[in-house]
Design a protein around this ligand. Structure first.
Ligand SMILES: Cc1cc2nc3c(=O)[nH]c(=O)nc-3n(C[C@H](O)[C@H](O)[C@H](O)COP(=O)(O)OP(=O)(O)OC[C@H]3O[C@@H](n4cnc5c(N)ncnc54)[C@H](O)[C@@H]3O)c2cc1C
Length: 452
């Protein structure tokens, strides 16, 4: 039995234009072969949608069938080193359930509204702790998918090459319905931050990049300020309730407003512990006065859940990654670019730009740090007038400086950017896709334009 089908009113809940003919909610994964096989009932392209939070048209309906996976929402099995779950489960739900069992993912994103299907097949770079795991897809140890021909496939990490391609496949090589993710014991994270000028950042860069821990930067070109946030795993750290600072209320409140008042409001989405115990609130008030000392917390506590309707999230950004070795120089060029752009067009991003350090990770073909260690650069905005035009020029800037984009988080991408960044890897993926899906059952116009 196939689930109820509704005709799409027109487009898009994310604000990104697309027009599927049918939108349907999958009830059971066993329906997938039937949907793929019946081209008259289910028009091409067949595109999966998870949480609908991508920044691009990578879901892309194009007069075809959009299949919502959110009913595949069961966590199937908790083990000591892995967890098995269906593709529609949200990362936020999973991370909270793991925390209750004293477990966590090797990487925890700041936003919980990401489906495990997207975790498995898209580019989700995170501030990383060690080489080999800089993207969420590298936490995927096994996946189950249905091929364009309707066949079930089970792929494990042992099949390295196949896994590498599937982790970058964006629903073009098959429909993922189940994943196994690696987990580890919940470990306290110590968070320190320092506020530097660009000159200071450049002078200390090798020490900053060389010290252990994950790095997240908050960059403000017009104030000449870079906040370096270092997250260090610290098993011995004291995470008594009174010792924890909520990141939203400490780093965000203390440091970021220095960059401009809009930041606070954009980041004020309710966090996991928005409703805090009164004891916690008292502890917070006491610690807030003490200035910039270390914050100790568990990673699930920095996760926030944006609204379930993606278009209601006012925060928008675009993401490129750049080689670590040249990063201070790149930032200097970015500051100059932003100032020149403002002078000419009177537009500047109204939210602080983010950045993450990525260790090298070859776990997926289109990994942002495939070639070596990288830092991302993420211009951010509330999507105000002038933002879309800014991104067009920013993309050319980023591509000229050897940036690597993503297909789900880099907006206004052009084929020449893709060809320059991925070279032979694009050709390899194209050849594979043509072989596995010769009828283009799963391909939409977005990927036809960028990948062929
Ligand atoms: C405001 C905002 C804040 C964000 N913050 C963060 C953050 O803090 N950290 C972070 O890592 N990311 C963040 N993101 C990015 C977001 O996590 C990614 O774009 C991610 O891809 C969204 O997941 P999704 O489930 O919404 O994917 P969707 O947009 O639903 O799908 C993404 C792609 O995967 C394909 N797909 C989905 N499910 C399947 C499946 N089962 N089988 C095959 N293909 C499938 C889709 O067809 C599409 O091509 C943010 C995005 C926004 C808009």
């Amino acid at each position: 039995m196939v689930s109820k089908i509704t005709h799409s009113p027109s487009a898009d809940s994310s604000g990104i234009y697309r027009r599927p003919r049918l939108v349907m909610r999958l009830k059971r994964y066993e329906e997938i072969p039937n949907i793929l096989g019946k081209t008259k009932s289910y028009p091409t392209p067949i595109r999966m949608v998870g949480a609908d939070y991508s920044q691009t048209r990578c879901v892309g309906g194009d007069g075809g069938t959009t299949v919502d996976t959110s009913s595949l929402d069961r966590v199937l099995e908790y083990g000591e080193t892995t967890v098995r779950a269906q593709a529609g489960v949200r990362v936020g739900t999973l991370v909270r359930a793991l925390a209750e069992r004293g477990l966590e993912l090797p990487l925890t994103p700041e936003m919980g509204r990401i489906s495990l299907g997207a975790v498995a097949v898209t580019t989700l770079p995170q501030a990383s702790y060690a080489a080999g795991t800089a993207q969420l897809s590298s936490c995927v140890a096994e996946l189950k998918l249905i091929t364009p021909q309707g066949k079930q496939m089970v792929v494990t990490e042992r099949e390295r090459d196949l896994m590498r391609v599937l982790r970058s496949s964006f629903g073009l090589l098959g429909v993922v319905h189940e994943v196994v993710l690696r987990v580890r014991p919940l470990t306290p994270v110590k968070i320190d931050y320092q506020v530097l000028s660009l000159k200071e950042f450049a002078a200390r860069f090798s020490a900053i990049a060389g010290a252990p821990g994950a790095l997240r930067l908050h960059i403000s070109p017009f104030n000449d300020r870079i906040t370096v946030e270092r997250r260090t795993l610290d098993e011995a750290a004291d995470v008594s309730r009174s010792g924890i600072w909520q990141i939203r209320n400490s780093v965000m409140r203390n440091v970021l407003p220095a960059f401009g008042s809009t930041v606070g409001s954009v980041l004020a989405a309710p966090g996991l512990r928005a409703v805090m115990l009164s004891g916690m609130q008292r502890a917070l008030r006491a610690t807030l006065d003490r200035g910039a000392h270390g914050v100790v917390m568990y990673s699930h506590e920095w996760m926030r859940d944006l609204p379930s309707e993606a278009w209601k999230a006012r925060h928008t950004y675009s993401l490129w990654a750049f080689p670590q070795a040249d990063y201070p120089k790149l930032l200097a060029e970015y500051f100059t670019f932003c100032k020149a752009y403002y002078k000419e067009h009177r537009y500047r991003c109204n939210v602080v730009s983010g950045a993450s350090r990525l260790h090298q990770d070859r776990g997926s073909l289109f990994s942002a740090s495939y070639a070596g260690p990288m830092f991302t650069l993420e211009p951010s905005s509330t999507g105000d007038k002038g933002w879309d035009d800014f991104l067009i020029d920013f993309n050319d800037f980023a591509s000229a400086l050897n940036g690597t984009p993503t297909f789900n988080q880099t907006r206004a991408l052009q084929p020449e950017h893709v060809a320059k960044a991925f070279g032979e890897r694009v050709k390899l993926f194209r050849a594979l896709r043509q072989r596995t899906d010769p009828l283009n059952r799963l391909r939409n116009s977005y990927f036809a334009y960028l990948l062929g």
